[in-house]
Ligand binder design. Sequence first.
Ligand SMILES: Nc1ncnc2c1ncn2[C@@H]1O[C@H](COP(=O)(O)OP(=O)(O)OP(=O)(O)O)[C@@H](O)[C@H]1O
Ligand SMILES: [Mg+2]
Length: 236
Amino acid sequence: MTLALEATGLIAGYGEADILHDVSIKVERGEMVAVIGPNGAGKSTLLKAIFGLLPARAGEVRLGSEDITNHTPDRIVAAGMSYVPQIENVFPSLSINENLEMGAFIRRDGLADRLEHVYEMFPDLTERRRHAAGKLSGGQRQMLALARALMLDPTMLLLDEPSAGLSPKMVHTIFEKILEINEAGTAVLLVEQNAREALSFSRRGYVLVAGENRLEGDAKGLIENEEVGRLYLGES
Ligand SMILES: Nc1ncnc2c1ncn2[C@@H]1O[C@H](COP(=O)(O)OP(=O)(O)OP(=O)(O)O)[C@@H](O)[C@H]1O
Ligand SMILES: [Mg+2]
C-alpha cells in the first residue's frame, strides 16, 4: 500500500484549547476518503493542521514519503498537495482566468497547457473566463475553486465542504466532478456535511467527533452502520 497522505496523532487547536486530540487519518494513492462528523467536531481544523495553516502541537503529517509537519502552505503546495477552504476560496474581484493563474503562482512553465487542460475539465468556466468570479453562482464558484486547486496538478487534494450551500442537484454535480478528478489520479480527502452523498462517492470514511477519531472503515460499511445512520445520515 502506498500512502498519499498520512496524519498520525495530531494535536492542534486555537489559543490554550486543543481541538484535535490525537487524530490520525490516511489516504492511499489515488484514493477518495470522506471525513464526516457533527458541527464543531474539528473537521476544518484537521485540514488546516494538515495544510500548515495551524501548528500541529504534536503528531506528524506525511505527504507520500515526505515529512511535511508544520511546513508552510506554499511549501506544501509545491510538494503536491492543494487545499480548497470552506469559505472564501476564490478571489471575487478577479476574473475566472486570473483566479486560475493565481492557482498556478509557483508554476514556471506549462501554464498555458495546464490552463487549457483545466478548462477542458470545466467547460462552464471556459465560456466565462473573463467574468469576475464574484458574479458566479454558488455552484460555479465551487467549480472554480476546484479548478484553481488543480492548476498545479496535485497528487493530493483537500476539500472542505465543497457542497455546502448548494442545491441538491448541484451537490450531485459537484460530487460527480470530484469523482472525475479522483479517477484521473488525484487522491482526495473530502470533509462533508452531506455525509451520505460524500460516503457514497468515497472508498473509505472517518467519523470525527469532538476532535477524536470515532469510527473508520470502508464507506459502504459506514453508510450501513446503525450509529452513523442515526447520528449523521438523518435516519431515526
Ligand atoms: N479560529 C478559531 N479560533 C478559535 N476557535 C475556533 C476557531 N475555528 C474553529 N474554532 C473552534 O474549534 C472547534 C472545531 O471547529 P471546526 O471549524 O474545525 O469544526 P468543523 O467540524 O469544521 O465544523 P463545521 O461542520 O461547522 O464546519 C469548534 O469548537 C470551533 O468553535
Ligand atoms: Mg468546518
